[in-house]
Design a protein around this ligand. Structure first.
Ligand code: ATP
Length: 360
C-alpha cells in the first residue's frame, strides 16, 4: 500500500447522489482487491439543495477543502426549480472550474463492448476519441458580463487568451502522444470556426504554433459545423479534439449519444494543481429517486481519477487499478450482458454496481 489520497466528494443533487453512492462502493472494493491505493474520502455539501438549505451552492469550506484535496469527485449539481435570484441555474461546477483554473475538460468517448450504438456501421464499435473542451473562457466567459441593452439587444463576449490556449493545446498533444503509445493515431484536430470569427482564427494560429513542438504527432483542423456532420458520418476517424468551451459543451452531448447516452460518458476537468472528475450528465430530475440512474459514467470518471493520480504521483499500482476498473465495466456489459434502463434494459443503479464489483 502506498500513499492515501485525500478525495473531496461532492455528490450534489438528484442522480448525482445516487451514482456517487454506487461509485464509492465500487472504489472500496477496488481498493480492497488491489491494495494498490488508499483513498480518504470526505463528503462535502454543494449544489442546489445546499443552496436552498444554506444559501450557498459552493460553501467556503467546501471550496477550501476541495482546493486542498488531491482530487475532487463530483456527482452532478442543479435542480430545475431551485434557481438563483437572477433566474440562472445552480452550477457550482462552473465556479470550481474557474476558481481552480481547470482549463482542460477531458471528455473521452469510447464505445463500451455490448452497449448498443445508434450507428449501424460496424466501425462504430471502434469509436474511441477524446473531446478536449477548454473550460474556463470562450463564450462561457460571457456569463460574467452578458448584457441586455434596453430590451433591444443582448451581448455575450467570447474570450480566447494565448496563455490558456497554449496550455490547452500542449495538453492535447501530450494526450495524443500518450494515446499513440496505446496504438491510437496520435492525431490532434483543432475544432474551431476560424473562417468566421477573429477569436477562432487566433485560436487556430496558436494551435499551429504549439503543434510545431510535437513533430511526432499529426496536427489537423476541422470547422465546428463540419465536425457535427462527421461525428455522425465517421466518428471512428477522430482522435484528440481540442475546442472552445461552448463548442465542446455541445459536441460532448452529441458524442455521448454515439456511445449509448450520457450514462456512458465520463469526464475530467484538469488544471495545473487540481482536477474534478464527474460524469458528463446532469442531475436528471426525470429519473431521480427511482434507482434507474446508470452509474457507469461516474465509475469511469473515478477510473480517470485513479489514472490521473497514478501518473501525477508516479504510482503504477494506481494506474493499473484504473485499467482494472475500466476492464470490469467492459466485461460487465460485454460478457455478462448487463442491460441498463437508459437503453431499454432492466438493470438499474444497484445491478450495475453489483455487476462491476463482481468483475473486479
Ligand atoms: P443538465 O442540464 O445539467 O445537463 P439534465 O438532467 O437536464 O442536466 P442530463 O443529465 O444531460 O440533463 O440528462 C438528460 C437526460 O438523459 C435525463 O433527463 C435522463 O433521462 C437521461 N440521463 C442522463 N444521465 C443519465 C444516467 N446516468 N442514467 C440514466 N439516464 C440518464
Amino acid at each position: 500500500m502506498t500513499n492515501a489520497f485525500r478525495i473531496a466528494v461532492l455528490p450534489g443533487d438528484g442522480i448525482g447522489v445516487e451514482v456517487m453512492d454506487a461509485c464509492l462502493v465500487v472504489l472500496e472494493r477496488l481498493q480492497e482487491r488491489t491494495k494498490a491505493f488508499a483513498l480518504e474520502a470526505e463528503t462535502l455539501p454543494a449544489g442546489a439543495m445546499c443552496y436552498r438549505d444554506h444559501g450557498s451552492d459552493l460553501p467556503h469550506e467546501t471550496m477550501r477543502k476541495s482546493a486542498n484535496a488531491d482530487a475532487i469527485l463530483l456527482g452532478a449539481c442543479g435542480w430545475p426549480e431551485i434557481r438563483k435570484a437572477d433566474g440562472t441555474e445552480i452550477a457550482p461546477q462552473l465556479d470550481l472550474r474557474e476558481n481552480l483554473e481547470l482549463y482542460a475538460g477531458v471528455r473521452p468517448i469510447r464505445a463500451i463492448p455490448g452497449v448498443p450504438l445508434p450507428l449501424a456501421d460496424p466501425r462504430a464499435r471502434d469509436i474511441d476519441f477524446v473531446i478536449l473542451r477548454e473550460s474556463t473562457e470562450g463564450l462561457f466567459k460571457g456569463r460574467e458580463n452578458g448584457e441586455v441593452i434596453g430590451d433591444e439587444e443582448a451581448r455575450d463576449t467570447q474570450v480566447i487568451t494565448r496563455a490558456t490556449s497554449e496550455r490547452l493545446f500542449r495538453f492535447a498533444f501530450e494526450l495524443a502522444r500518450e494515446r499513440k503509445e496505446r496504438g491510437k493515431p496520435g492525431r490532434v484536430t483543432c475544432i474551431d470556426k476560424a473562417n468566421v470569427l477573429a477569436s477562432m482564427a487566433f485560436f487556430r494560429k496558436i494551435f499551429f504554433e504549439i503543434a510545431a513542438e510535437f513533430p511526432d504527432c499529426e496536427a489537423d483542423t476541422h470547422y465546428i459545423d463540419a465536425t457535427a456532420l462527421d461525428l455522425v458520418r465517421r466518428p471512428w476517424d477522430f482522435d484528440v479534439m481540442p475546442t472552445e468551451n461552448m463548442f465542446g459543451d455541445i459536441i460532448s452531448d452529441l458524442a455521448a449519444g454515439l456511445i449509448g447516452g450520457m450514462g456512458f460518458a465520463p469526464s475530467a476537468d484538469i488544471g495545473a494543481e487540481n482536477a474534478v472528475f464527474q460524469p458528463s450528465h446532469g442531475t436528471a430530475p426525470d429519473i431521480a429517486g427511482q434507482g434507474m440512474a446508470n452509474p457507469t459514467a461516474m465509475i469511469l470518471s473515478a477510473a480517470m481519477m485513479l489514472a490521473w493520480l497514478g501518473r501525477r504521483h508516479g504510482e503504477d499500482g494506481c494506474l493499473q487499478a484504473a485499467r482494472l476498473l475500466e476492464g470490469a465495466v467492459d466485461a460487465a456489459f460485454g460478457e455478462d450482458g448487463l442491460r441498463t434502463a437508459d437503453f431499454g434494459g432492466p438493470d438499474g443503479t444497484a445491478e450495475v454496481t453489483k455487476a462491476v464489483m463482481a468483475r473486479i
